[in-house]
Structure formats: C-alpha cells, structure tokens
Ligand binder design. Structure first.
Ligand code: IMP
Ligand code: MG
Length: 181
C-alpha cells in the first residue's frame, strides 16, 4: 500500500491543472478549427489528462489510443520503444495530435511521431502536459506544453511509478527514498 506520504511536494493542484488544461484546449481548438482531428492518447500515463483535454475541446475530435513501452518498472528510460497496443484508426490524410503525459528523453515521441508521419498522416503534432526539457536527447519537441518542469520524478494525475500513484488528483514530486531503496 502506498500513502500520500510518498509525495515530497505537490507541484500542481487539481484546480491548477484544470485551468491549465482548459487554456490548452482553447489554444488547440483555435488551431484545429474547421478540421476533425484524431487525438491519439499515449497510454497509460496520459489517460487522465487526455479525458480532461477532450472534454474541454470546443470541437469534435476522434479519440484513439496507443500503448508503447520505454520505461519498464524503473524510473530511468531504457531508450527502447515498443508498440504494445497500436492505434485502431487509419491515420492516412488525418490531422493527428499525439497526447502524452510527459516528455523526458523524447525517445518515445520521436519514434511515435515518425511512425505516424510514415503511415501518411497529413499532420502530426504533439501535446504534452509536462516537459522535462533539460533531459531531452531525441530531436523532438512538443507543439503544446502544459508546464515545463525540473528533472524530478513526478506522479499523479495519471502518472505512475511502478503502476502506483496514478489516481492522485494532483501532480507531486515522488520522494527519492521510494525509488532509491
Ligand atoms: P521518454 O521517451 O524518455 O521521453 O519517456 C517518456 C515517458 O516516460 C513518459 O510518457 C512517462 O510514461 C515516463 N516518464 C518520464 N518521466 C516521468 C516521471 O517523472 N513520472 C512518471 N513517468 C515518467
Ligand atoms: Mg507515457
């Protein structure tokens, strides 16, 4: 069992997240006006952000899901990306927005974006709630970012450590003692 004591500090409260997600949705809605975009959630970490973002959008969007693995159980990226669950939709000719919880090294999104471009998407953009910009090694950047954060391991609002903490309503920094023991 875990407790909220594992969180060292709350970074973003649920109220802050709601208002930031609403304003992201406003910007994205304006940019995609007149289109029927395909929003692909990268599971599992983005599921909370994704459902809030979709419901705040001012236009209809098609929802789809992919699951890729790069992290395994630990907190350090392996640099490998494997497709666990592929998208159901045909992306050819579509305006695609990849919705991700966090960009760290960028390996995951670099591989995903290239794949969707190769499959014939008309456009591929990236929306990430969090961006650890200082950790970037892959040549990729997000078109929409909720918050840039420091190099700390964060959990909550869908983000996990070893599958835990996803249901916390806020985003917090995980105590180092949790993953360094
Ligand atoms: P990247 O391929 O190194 O950019 O890894 C991105 C993925 O790593 C994200 O989609 C998350 O699933 C995971 N990740 C990176 N940093 C964190 C974190 O601080 N908390 C939880 N998951 C993280
Ligand atoms: Mg993820």
């Amino acid at each position: 069992m875990y407790t909220e004591n594992d969180v060292q500090r709350v970074l973003f409260t649920d109220a802050q997240l709601k208002s930031r997600v609403d304003s992201l949705a406003e910007t994205i809605s304006a940019d995609y006006k007149g289109t029927y975009p395909l929003f692909i959630a990268v599971l599992k970490g983005s599921f909370v952000f994704y459902s809030d973002l979709l419901r705040a959008m001012a236009l209809p969007v098609q929802a789809d899901f992919m699951s890729v693995s790069s992290y395994g159980e630990g907190s350090v990226s392996s640099g490998r990306v494997k497709i666990i669950k592929d998208s159901d939709a045909d992306v050819r000719g579509r305006d695609v927005l990849i919705v991700e919880d966090i960009i760290d090294s960028g390996n995951t999104l670099y591989a995903l974006k290239n794949l969707l471009v190769q499959r014939g998407a008309k456009s591929v953009k990236i929306c990430a709630l969090l961006d650890k910009a200082s950790r970037r090694t892959a040549d990729v950047s997000a078109d929409y970012v909720g918050y840039e954060i420091e190099d700390e391991f964060v959990v909550g609002y869908g983000l996990d450590y070893a599958e835990r903490y996803r249901s916390l309503p806020y985003i917090g920094i995980l105590k180092r003692s949790v993953y360094e023991k």
